[in-house]
Design a binder for this molecule. Sequence first.
Ligand SMILES: Cc1ncc(C[n+]2csc(CCOP(=O)(O)OP(=O)(O)O)c2C)c(N)n1
Ligand SMILES: CC(=O)[C@@H](O)[C@H](O)COP(=O)(O)O
Ligand SMILES: [Mg+2]
Length: 638
Amino acid sequence: MTRPHTPTLDRVAGPADLKALSDADLARLAHELRTETISAVSETGGHLGSSLGVVELSVAIHAVFNAPHDKLVWDVGHQCYPHKILTHRRDRIRTLRQEGGLSGFTKRSESAFDPFGAAHSSTSISAALGFTVARDMGQATGDAIAVIGDGAISAGMAYEAMNNAGHEGRRMFVILNDNEMSIAPPTGAMSKYLSGLWTDTPLGALKDMAEGIERALPGPVREGARRARQLVTGMPGSGTLFEELGFTYIGPIDGHDMDQLLGVLRAARARATGPVLIHAMTVKGKGYRPAEASADKYHGVATFDVASGAQKKSVSHAPAYTKVFGQALTDEAARDSRIVAITAAMPSGTGVDIMAKRFPARVFDVGIAEQHAVTFAAGMAAGGLRPFCAIYSTFLQRAYDQVVHDVALQKLPVRFAIDRAGLVGADGATHAGAFDTAYLANLPGFVVMAAGDEAELVHMVATATEYDEGPIAFRYPRGEGMGVAMPERGLPLEIGKGRIVREGTGVAILSFGAHLSECLVAADALEARGVSATVADARFAKPLDTDLIAQLVAHHGALITVEQGAEGGFGAQVLHWLARTGRLDRGLAVRTMTLPDRFIDHASPARMYAEAGLTSGDIVATALGAMGVPTLDSARRA
Ligand SMILES: Cc1ncc(C[n+]2csc(CCOP(=O)(O)OP(=O)(O)O)c2C)c(N)n1
Ligand SMILES: CC(=O)[C@@H](O)[C@H](O)COP(=O)(O)O
Ligand SMILES: [Mg+2]
């Protein structure tokens, strides 16, 4: 009688269960884990390709190391779905990226198996070194293992960390997950170098090495072996870059071959005395044909049909801001050969791929290197070009000193196209574009704009093109515009001038950015309550349209500012000006509506804005409150 087959995955609640499995069972487990990951992401959407590439790695690491005592740090964390399934979260994996569900990244508050949260790249080696020092200073923590991708290792921070780790010489592990892909095909000399290691090095020789033979050899022989290996790696006179930095380099190995992975990790764990870098070659989207066959390897997908791989298309009513920007930039570039664009590994995310199709030599993908991108743009501006530095709001945070020191202080005309302003949805708090208005509008000489709709965005691209006096930024959100009529071509706006969108008499709503549509809905609702509302689009947080604001406060009972950003941004600029000019002393009713002073967890953007208190209903309630009109809520509170 044959016993019914119990899938190996069903016998695994957590990593401890992996220790009882044979190597053959672990290989079977990886197969089932891949199927489970595909099935879950087909229902939730998410970063599928990266997760499929690390299925075997996830199983092998958890089989060999002892998390959560050992600290496993996934760089970016977008590839952690198999890890989540293996670490007591399988029952919730179909809530991934949904409101109230699992995060799409590693998150300390979610599990002890996520010892260090991420979502922005290239932090893992620094964090792992921190855990290592904590262990060496007597804290109850084990080995630290950083898993970093070939895209993420293009960032300066990874080298700062390796430089430090090599100097410290402490036992720690870095696994380079090299799938020869970032979101787009990776660019740069480092990427070429890594590919060279793979193509020039026979696997067999390296497997022996991984088993620790070289390390176990007596000194003189070990040196001979090392020299021989240097010949094999095609680096006469030197070791790999990683060895030069003080790491023991093992690889490249096949990151989908469970025997190799287990053998190498066990050997490294048994023998390592200092920092070790294991170079694993993987395939993004591995084991799911539609993913492997697609250009982006299913980096980030909507929900999809497992059999065909067909992703659910969103029904779009208006062009996406990103596309509008990409097209407007390309149109400007066609008229002005000084225009260049810079992206930090996000050509399609930022829309500069549209310009790259037409003017490939004028679009620069610098890899995940936001700091360099900004200073590179500053140099281009100083050299007489008209650079557009297109970076998501959240990632520009990383380049703040470059924005201040290299751009603002030198008054260089770098144009910052800031996509993903405001709350972005499923990527959650780590990707919220919350702070840019605050951190740019406080810089002397910066012009800071926000697009009220997609037509305004076209005008802002034209404005930025023409503006050579200093740095200028314009922000716009993820997703579709409002479906407004689009201009034939962008017309430069007068710097520091807003516009009245709807005239009223009672309350003035001053919008900065894409919440303009909510403000207009709120104005309709106020009208229905007998309160007439003016809606103005400020366009500029800096310089402020002080004539417009003076008019609004002079002729309305209350002023409400609304923005898709944190405290300290547009509303604060308005308040500073009102206070400086003594207007606040005159009993002016003014309210600032911003994101609240807390991080907002992932959900749909609409639900996140509701959580933030920034719906049209919230604007109505705030306006009525400022006007002293009793509301249901105030009645209840009383
Ligand atoms: C600082 C920062 N810049 C940009 C991104 C956007 N981003 C997320 S994943 C990714 C590519 C990462 O490539 P790699 O590390 O090779 O991982 P893979 O997806 O190939 O597994 C990029 C550019 C980010 N998360 N953080
Ligand atoms: C992990 C990461 O940082 C990116 O993949 C990000 O999720 C892309 O976001 P968009 O979908 O908004 O381009
Ligand atoms: Mg990669």
